[in-house]
Design a protein around this ligand. Structure first.
Ligand SMILES: [Cu+2]
Length: 197
């Protein structure tokens, strides 16, 4: 009984991962990266996820993924997008879907398989962080806008503390190249919802 239940959970998690993110679009869900974990809770390289198994997170409704355009290696302008190595991932170090948080909200960005470089620096295998707040759709083939909903960390910052209006807010991390364009394929985190008190 226990085995069946676990298998069913795993199948659900895998289905939830694979459907919204075809392999050419995203990279945070492949089974090799631990699909079942990042999709439902703790991602790679997190110390605080140990006590939060799938059971603890199962009560929290998952956040619908953002609509992301299918990434192309080369833009119509001829611009060659920066390549992301296989297995690269970006993730929230200290936040999980469904968390209740107080202002100001500290958001720590995690990155594995790539390095952080300031905007404007052309170095293969690097990028800078972008935090998308309440963004339901974005273009993987254009520079990310710069505004309160699309926050750039072009100095190479790996965390931010921000004040958000009370209520639910979605958060997603996207790595961008020196020109603020997502890599190919995009390196993006799970989209999560936090409840700000
Ligand atoms: Cu940027």
């Amino acid at each position: 009984m226990k085995t069946v239940s676990m298998a069913a959970l795993a199948a659900l998690a895998l289905a939830g991962c694979a459907n919204p993110y075809p392999p050419h679009q995203g990279r945070y869900g492949p089974p090799a990266d631990g699909c079942a974990a990042p999709c439902t809770g703790p991602g790679p390289g997190m110390g605080m996820g140990a006590g939060m198994g799938p059971g603890a997170m199962s009560n929290m409704p998952s956040t619908p993924p953002a609509q992301v355009s299918a990434s192309v290696a080369q833009l119509p302008s001829g611009y060659q997008k920066a390549a992301a190595p296989a297995g690269a991932s970006v993730y929230f170090v200290n936040l999980r879907n469904g968390m209740v948080v107080n202002n100001p909200v500290r958001v720590v960005f995690g990155l594995s398989g790539m390095g952080v470089a300031p905007a404007g620096v052309d170095k293969p295998g690097t990028g800078h962080h972008h935090l998308l707040v309440d963004v339901a759709a974005w273009d993987a083939n254009a520079p990310l806008p710069a505004n309160d909903q699309h926050r750039h960390f072009g100095m190479g910052q790996t965390e931010v503390t921000l004040t958000l209006p009370p209520g639910p807010h979605t958060l997603q991390l996207v790595l961008g190249d020196q020109n603020h364009i997502a890599h190919h394929p995009p390196v993006m985190s799970e989209r999560i919802t936090v409840q700000v008190r």
